[in-house]
Design a protein around this ligand. Structure first.
Ligand code: AMP
Length: 292
């Protein structure tokens, strides 16, 4: 097997992608911001299975961070990421600099409207237009046949699906299940910010989603009642500060008054200075190792 190739120039990545596609090969693509963990690895392994060539991008995208957010401090470890990517069978890492992606004069944005507005869109104005702009650019550069994205960032997946459909992008968007630690915490690069105490407190997110799902599965379908359960469970954790706790239609992200199997229960919670998100589809529920 040939070794992993690291590309930092847009032109080289495009030329390489064009050559691969001209040979009739498919390209599976996993966009990331690096500091790779088992959640990213699950996407890469599935991408390895689906594509002739597997490309992963590592790019901490400045335009999706707001003023005062953690762009500067976002964890980075390219050396370790290369090992993880290699283990997962990645063929090409695309790791451009910010000035390579946004050269002087850059002024074009991709903006998905309705589904970008609630939840993280309300708490982080401009975030999703930064995400859709970079993902559109990455799709144009990498020319993937399919792109694998995590359900952990459920709204992001919804927004990108909408963008790809609305703009007739020739790429299949594949959503992948959330990978959790043995105790239920959804894996995230931002978990690295948590102190030992905060790490324990962070379990309130998966606990609250689980409690709410159990109530739904026992026959309760009122969104008000289920939301109360969600918030009450979160508030039992003293370190938790709720950003949002909502029940919405999993496709349109509109609020629901009656919950069904296709309702997403979505959370953003601050534990100390760290903002964590998590979600579950009501009809599916969640499990993790220590719960089984
Ligand atoms: P990020 O590096 O955080 O931007 O994430 C890159 C991709 O990995 C996105 O599609 C995320 O949704 C996905 N991802 C992040 N954490 C997880 C997880 N715990 N399980 C599954 N996918 C994840």
């Amino acid at each position: 097997m040939s070794d992993i190739k690291i590309i930092s120039s847009v032109r080289e990545m495009r030329d390489t992608a064009r050559l691969i596609r001209s040979q009739g090969k498919s390209v599976a693509f996993v966009p990331t911001m690096g500091f790779l963990h088992e959640g990213h690895a699950s996407l890469m392994r599935e991408g390895r299975r689906l594509g002739d060539i597997l490309v992963t991008s590592i790019f901490v995208n400045p335009i999706q961070f707001g003023a005062g957010e953690d762009f500067e401090s976002y964890p980075r470890d390219l050396g370790r990421d290369l090992e993880t990517a290699r283990d997962c069978g990645v063929d090409i890492i695309f790791a451009p600099t910010a000035s390579e992606m946004y050269p002087k004069g850059f002024q074009t944005w991709v903006n998905v409207e309705k589904v970008s507005l609630p939840l993280c869109g309300a708490s982080r104005p401009g975030h999703f237009r930064g995400v859709t702009t970079v993902v559109c650019k990455l799709f144009n550069i990498v020319m993937p046949t399919c792109a694998l994205l995590g359900e952990k960032d459920f709204q992001q997946l919804t927004v990108i699906r909408r963008m790809a459909a609305d703009l007739n992008m020739d790429v299949e968007i594949i959503g992948m299940p959330t990978v959790r630690e043995a105790d239920g915490l959804a894996m995230s690069s931002r978990n690295a910010y948590l102190s030992a105490d905060e790490r324990k407190g962070a379990l309130c997110l998966s606990r609250a989603l689980d409690a709410t799902c159990s109530l739904y599965r026992s026959g309760e379908s009122s969104a008000d009642v289920l939301r109360t359960e969600l918030i009450d469970t979160l508030q039992r954790e003293p370190s938790a500060k709720i950003d949002y706790a909502e029940l919405r239609d999993a496709e349109t992200l509109e609020e629901v008054s009656t919950v069904n199997d296709r309702t997403v229960i979505a959370l953003a919670v601050r534990i100390g200075a760290t903002r964590l998100i998590d979600n579950v589809i009501a009809g599916r529920g969640i499990t993790w190792k220590e719960k089984c």
